[in-house]
Design a protein around this ligand. Sequence first.
Ligand code: COA
Length: 187
Amino acid sequence: MLSENLLNGKLVRLGALNPETTANHWAKWRMNSEFSRLLDTEPATIPSGKATQDWMEKHLEDWLAFEFEIRTVDGDQVIGSTGLEGNIKFHADAFVGIGIGEPEYWSKGYGTEAMRLILAYAFLEINLHRVSLDVFEYNPRAIRAYEKAGFTHEGRERGRLLREGRRWDLLFMGILREDWLKTYQPI
Ligand SMILES: CC(C)(COP(=O)(O)OP(=O)(O)OC[C@H]1O[C@@H](n2cnc3c(N)ncnc32)[C@H](O)[C@@H]1OP(=O)(O)O)[C@@H](O)C(=O)NCCC(=O)NCCS
């Protein structure tokens, strides 16, 4: 029997990413340097809504990418986004990115549920074999959320990042279809 609720969870649902509107949320979230430093190795910058929109449009055009807004079920608020991109066409392999930009929603289970939804989409809808991600050593909340969603630690680049005089590792995590299937339960 097919899963009926591929894009809908109890806390969040995956909605269409619309460069015109989603970009303004990203421009706002990027004003929080804590958020930017959790996502990017590059120096935290504050791109305008227009620059973000242009980037999103180009990104969606150039890449075979599946990108979604993360919306709360209660109140339908846009709180973040998630997406899959990479060697989808030839290797059934994708990189997953996720960011909840509204800090009041951190550590309340929203991110883990959003990750569970995008993994269900990855494995049930676009038939991927593997999903990968990387995460900074100084982001234990994300690491824990990914472990809860079923990711395995696969390696690290030691001392890859320099932040405020200290070096930090870049961690690699992944999940294979067969591992995911063993634990999958519809939300
Ligand atoms: C990473 C992110 C998606 C996780 O989503 P979330 O909704 O905050 O996470 P969840 O509440 O589902 O799970 C977080 C877990 O980490 C734990 N946690 C929180 N802070 C922690 C800390 N400092 N040390 C260890 N564990 C921590 C929480 O207790 C929870 O685990 P538990 O359920 O076992 O108690 C979200 O926090 C986010 O987008 N943050 C900003 C951007 C970012 O970091 N993106 C990821 C880049 S790789």
